[in-house]
Design a protein around this ligand. Structure first.
Ligand code: PMP
Length: 692
């Protein structure tokens, strides 16, 4: 959208003057005042003073919502018994602009930048939702440097682009304005006002946000009878000319934006490796500009409903305030410090809150920097535990087929050997043992025979096996397969009969996705070792943990020098990174405080209903849903690039792979969006797009 958001350091400092001047200087400009308070009743009509002023000056302006009380929008709305949301206001502004796409919109805020619109949202949220360049009007008076700095800081923290500042003197220099205090109206004041100009110029140069105009007191624009003082208007336009020039430059840059994106995409194609693709013949990628809630916004203006939670992570959607704030606050205090010999509150606080949530008995926590590394640590722990007991030959693992545990070497070696990388990397990867994929479906009666193969292998290989590693109940990237929790429970019993450890990889399943906080809860078990990652930080940061029982930790810790000496030889540079810990803590708190269980149940019902039509369609092998995961398994591998393009055209982000089209939306997704995701999947299947 072409335009600008006019905001200010405070109320009554000159936003409307800026709107008047720019509405005259920018050809075809339309000033939109989303919420106007302080309106004057004229018969049936509530006259919006700011809008009327622009119109009297000869510009075009509209107010979307008018209220009489001269107060903050949130209060005016409350008094009127009405409610407005930022999403609704942004949609109204967009719709208005869509009517005349060539006209730049100058959206004038209300009051200062943090003025509330409702209990939870402010003008800053509206600026973010509209994503327009921001013009900051600073009232030139005592105290304005502080206000300008605070305003710029708040805008920066929201990732907003400020195109410039205007310093405006809103009253004569020999009149004491509210910011001056008793000591003002003295010779000093002129000095203060001119220093404001110099200080803001220097600040602007440092930040790359130019001070575009220093507007002195020009006299009243509007006389008591409503007429406009032509001389003042003329001088006002002259003072704002550099602002109009700057806006024209910003819009020219915006017009070039699509070329810049095309250049980015070309560079990306030539130099960047994307996951699981060829460097020389890559699949197409889509350039993302920003994300919010459950939406992914592309540079070309399209907004996609997210169906993937960025590979299981973004349970709270994107840009969740508490998570963003936790990250920013921690960055302001301490972004990183080595964990060797040092500790810190975020590391301790996260563990303190996490340990009571995980299956009882997992009391020891190791911080890793990604899911794969957490798995490496788990594998090392298991082998070292066995060594500590003198069982030095137990260096192998048993794992069900169809599993996926990460892309590092140890993790790869326990991934499904057929779909995984065993053949390609034979000789590099340690050969481990595989048992049949758990055949018993989650929703079918349990058949103990499904564990028979594992039982036999464990009986014959027990002296070589340190641990069984599995993804409890849901095998993720290896096939999105949901199997019976009794299998997990019986596997634990079987392992313990032979002093073999059970490692539960809950990197994908953890934090509510399956309907339980952790999938192990379906089986009512505590594994010996457990890995968590992905949704741990709500998708804000990389980071993972490996948890172990006291038995495992003490086994390793109390080993004699010949049996490892008690040290766990692992220590990533970014272990317990404070930014990760603080964000994870905020995410865990947010999840626990939310009605996540009801949300998952609702999503489950919607997925069941929405994907059901696929069941009897040609090309579909199976449809299954568990918690907030919906899967359509196809007979043939799907054509990823063309199917992906179809999904984007339909306004959804779904990334299929192999023979799987699946959904795992953020838990905060609105019902209608889940329904749309399902409908688009059904349409793709119905229209035969899943066949290559
Ligand atoms: N284990 C499981 C079950 C996973 O799904 C993944 C990631 N898809 C990993 C491990 C590896 O995690 P990361 O990508 O963070 O290394």
């Amino acid at each position: 959208m072409k335009g600008c958001f006019i905001t200010a350091t405070d109320t009554e400092v000159g936003k409307t003057l800026a709107s008047c001047a720019l509405s005259l200087l920018v050809p075809d400009a339309l000033v939109i005042k989303p919420v106007q308070t302080g309106c004057i009743r004229e018969g049936e009509r509530l006259a919006a003073p700011d809008v009327d002023m622009v119109v009297r000056c000869g510009g075009r302006a509209e107010a979307l919502h008018c209220y009489a009380p001269p107060c903050s929008p949130h209060l005016a709305l409350e008094l009127a018994g009405e409610a407005l949301t930022v999403a609704g206001l942004a949609a109204e502004v967009r719709a208005r602009q869509a009517g005349e796409p060539a006209s730049p919109v100058l959206v004038e805020g209300a009051g200062g930048i943090c003025v509330p619109i409702n209990e939870h949202e402010s003008m800053l949220d509206l600026m973010q939702a509209l994503d327009l360049p921001v013009l900051l009007v600073v009232g030139n008076r005592l105290g304005c440097l502080n206000q300008a700095r605070l305003s710029l800081e708040a805008l920066r923290l929201r990732g907003l682009a400020v195109c410039g500042m205007v310093l405006n003197r809103a009253c004569p220099e020999d009149v004491c304005d509210p910011g001056c205090g008793e000591a003002a109206v003295s010779a000093d004041e002129a000095r203060i006002l001119s220093d404001n100009v110099q200080s803001l110029t220097r600040l602007g140069e440092r930040l790359g946000i130019p001070l575009l105009a220093d507007v002195p007191w020009l006299g009243r624009l509007q006389a008591a009878d409503g007429s406009v003082n032509a001389a003042v208007k003329h001088r006002l336009c002259a003072a704002f000319a550099p602002v109009a020039e700057r806006l024209a430059q910003v819009w020219r840059e915006q017009d070039r934006e699509q070329d810049v994106v095309a250049e980015d995409l070309a560079f990306d194609r030539d130099h960047l490796w994307h996951p699981y693709t060829s460097a020389t013949k890559p699949l197409p990628v889509y350039a993302v500009q920003r994300t919010h809630a459950n939406r992914i916004c592309l540079h070309d203006g399209r907004e996609l409903i997210d169906g993937m939670s960025s590979w299981w992570c973004a349970v709270h959607g994107y840009g969740r305030e508490s998570l963003v704030q936790a990250l920013q606050t921690q960055a302001g205090r301490m972004s990183h410090v080595m964990f060797g010999g040092l500790t810190h509150r975020p590391a301790v606080a996260l563990a303190r809150e996490l340990l009571p949530l995980v299956p009882g008995g997992l009391n020891r926590l190791f911080y890793a920097d990604s899911g794969s590394v957490a798995v490496e640590v788990a594998l090392k722990m298991a082998v070292q535990y066995q060594i500590s007991l003198g069982r030095t030959k137990r260096r192998h693992f048993l794992t069900p087929m169809g599993g996926y545990h990460g892309d590092t070497q140890g993790a790869m070696s326990v991934c499904d050997p057929v779909n995984g990388m065993h053949t390609l990397f034979s000789g590099l990867l340690t050969r481990h043992y595989f048992t049949e994929r758990p055949a018993c479906r989650f929703d079918a009666p349990y058949d103990p025979a499904c564990l028979e193969d594992a039982r036999q292998k464990i009986a014959s290989l027990r002296d070589e096996i340190a641990a069984v590693i599995l993804e409890p109940v849901v095998q993720g990237a290896g096939g999105m397969w949901f199997y019976h929790p009794q299998y997990v429970q019986d596997m634990l019993t079987l392992c313990h009969e032979h002093d073999i450890l059970l490692i539960a990889d809950e990197i994908a399943t953890g934090f509510g996705r399956t309907g339980k906080l952790f999938a192990c809860e379906w089986a009512g078990i505590t594994p010996d070792i457990m890995c968590l990652g992905k949704a741990l930080t709500g998708g804000m940061m990389t980071g993972a943990v490996t948890l172990a029982t006291d038995r495992v930790a003490e086994g390793i810790g109390n080993a004699t020098p010949e049996c490892g000496g008690g040290l766990l030889m692992h220590g990533p540079t970014f272990m317990a990174n404070p930014l990760f810990c603080a964000t994870a803590l905020a995410s865990v708190r947010e999840l626990v405080a939310s009605p996540w269980q009801e949300r998952v149940q609702r999503i489950e019902a919607l997925l069941n209903e929405g994907l059901a039509p696929c069941r009897n369609m040609p090309g579909v092998a199976d449809v299954r849903v568990l918690g907030a995961i919906g899967v359509v398994e196809t007979v043939q591998p799907v054509p990823i690039a063309s199917l992906q393009a179809f999904f984007v055209e339909q306004g959804v982000w779904i990334r299929p792979f192999g023979r799987l089209v699946y959904l795992m939306p953020p838990l905060v997704s609105p019902d209608a969006d889940i329904a749309t995701l399902c409908a688009v999947v059904c349409r793709a299947v119905r229209e035969g797009l899943i066949e290559s």
